[in-house]
Design a protein around this ligand. Structure first.
Ligand code: GLY
Length: 255
């Protein structure tokens, strides 16, 4: 069964980490409404949604994609690059334990799930402000026994690798090329985000549907022109926290 772990928006989200955005006030009620609509959308698209309670003292904890990586065989609990976020992993690990054996990254490794774009048995991993070489190296060693290849991708100018690009299926990646080294992705067909929509590279594909933020209509039109079934979601309030669509769920198959 397709399973999505999410977590309610923390009342402390206004104190979230920011790397490339200026801080703007976040309306908690609107952020919570948008997050609920996101959870409903995942459910409508066939996912069993397991929504964890809010963490009052962990501002970024709604972004459950970052503290862990869930693969078919195991889940990897990351050591996050943002120190203020490291405690998020504890309760997320508890939530994942019934579904997967857990592996752990340890110091000096840092890695955040937003930096991991998984395509088949290859994990493209952003080397970013949050994920370091030691993190990429440890991930490679932990996952080699399961037959995964880990390929680093340099990220510059955005928070995570998946802030710049996501996989659409059929050997196709939607990307804002300026923020990443495209060389490791050379075997893929690249679809560029629309001019003026640099943050549009983060989409979430569930089954036949590609979700994209409402804020990026021109890129949504490009995806529709490719014959994709596109659905938009308003996450404008969460985007003030440097969020994208993939950040707010961990999606995997489970019994
Ligand atoms: N606010 C999301 C992050 O910086 O991790």
């Amino acid at each position: 069964m397709l399973t999505a772990i999410t977590r309610s928006v923390s009342p402390a989200i206004g104190r979230c980490e920011l790397e490339y955005l200026e801080r703007r006030p976040i309306d908690l009620a609107i952020a919570a409404q948008q997050h609920s609509a996101y959870e409903r959308c995942l459910a409508e698209l066939g996912a069993r949604v397991i929504s964890l309670p809010a963490e009052p003292d962990l501002p970024d904890s709604v972004f459950v994609e970052d503290p862990a990586l869930v693969l078919d065989e195991v889940a990897v609990i990351a050591r996050m690059g943002a120190e203020s976020r490291r405690e998020e992993a504890r309760t997320l690990a508890e939530a994942l334990a019934p579904f997967r054996p857990l592996l752990h990254l340890t110091a000096p490794a840092t890695l955040e799930g937003g930096d991991v774009m998984s395509i088949g048995r290859t994990l493209f991993v952003g080397e970013s402000a949050r994920t370091n070489r030691a993190g990429i190296g440890q991930l490679r060693e932990l996952l080699a026994p399961f037959g995964y290849t880990v390929a680093p991708v340099a990220v510059h100018g955005c928070l995570h690798l998946k802030s710049a690009c996501t996989y659409l299926g059929n050997d196709t990646i939607l990307a804002h090329r300026v923020w990443i080294d495209m060389a490791p992705l050379r075997e893929f067909r690249i679809v560029d985000v629309a001019p003026g929509e640099p943050w549009a590279g983060n989409t979430l594909t569930l089954g036949e549907t590609v979700l994209i933020p409402l804020a990026f209509p021109a890129t949504a039109a490009i995806l529709e022109s490719l014959g994709l079934r596109v659905r938009t979601l308003d996450i404008s309030e969460l985007m003030k926290a440097e969020a994208a669509l993939t950040c707010s769920s961990l999606i995997f198959e489970a019994e």
